[in-house]
Design a protein around this ligand. Sequence first.
Ligand code: ZN
Length: 288
Amino acid sequence: MTLTFSVADTTIHRIVEQETTFLPAREMFPELTPEMLASQRSALQAAHALDAQDTLILCFQSYVVKTPHHTILIDSCIGNDKPRARPVWNLKTDATYMRALAAAGVSVDDIDVVMCTHLHTDHVGWNTRLDNGRWVPTFPNARYVFAQREYDYWVAQNAKAEVPAFADSVLPVVEAQRADIVSDEFSIGDHVRLLPTPGHTPGHVAMAVGKGRDDAVFSGDLMHSPLQLSFPELSPKFDVDPVQAAVTRRAFLERYCDTATLCCTAHFPSPSVGRIRRNGDGFACEAV
Ligand SMILES: [Zn+2]
């Protein structure tokens, strides 16, 4: 399994926490017809993106990005000790994530910036860890970057009914004064930029890395499965605005299609990373 990629002056490490079956494809994508699925079944199975029961296989991971000046964690995955609806996430205590971080040669002290593409459970989990019954920032030297529009949306949702991931993995970071709530124009030097990509959530941002050009892009949850490369209009049932998400997805794929930009997905099965190429009316992700 390829875990490390280099582009220009930047090194990218995948930090994999889980790679496993998720939801039946036709449950996750309500507009996926049996005929559409049949046309892709063998290719998806060959790519380990679909099992024999038509259940999608997803990877859950973070990326560590080392630029000449910063060590950045993009998304913080699932986390430990957290009450969650999904059984394989609920109150788990395994050492997989911390072992993967160590294998990449990174300690929690080394992370300068944690950046979340959006504030769903599987992108904020390791923002905090349990310490004597309290949630404290996992990365003691890091600033945590949240997009303003995304943060505001979850403040409003959490006011209606508590959102566990927001309450235990975002608010404690804000209370510890480690958070930077930023506009879409935020950048880190000339190496890291936000790309507003709304739809999955209202303030979702992808992230582009590279000096003066996009050497790599981190797509977050603007897509979840290679199935959406064949059918970019397919939005999963948990996109907040599925129509906007479909527009965003196709625009993103068009923007990076047939370029040298390395596309680092949050959830595609391993290797999860590749270059976007045109394939008929849709796209493909070419492994590197
Ligand atoms: Zn996700």
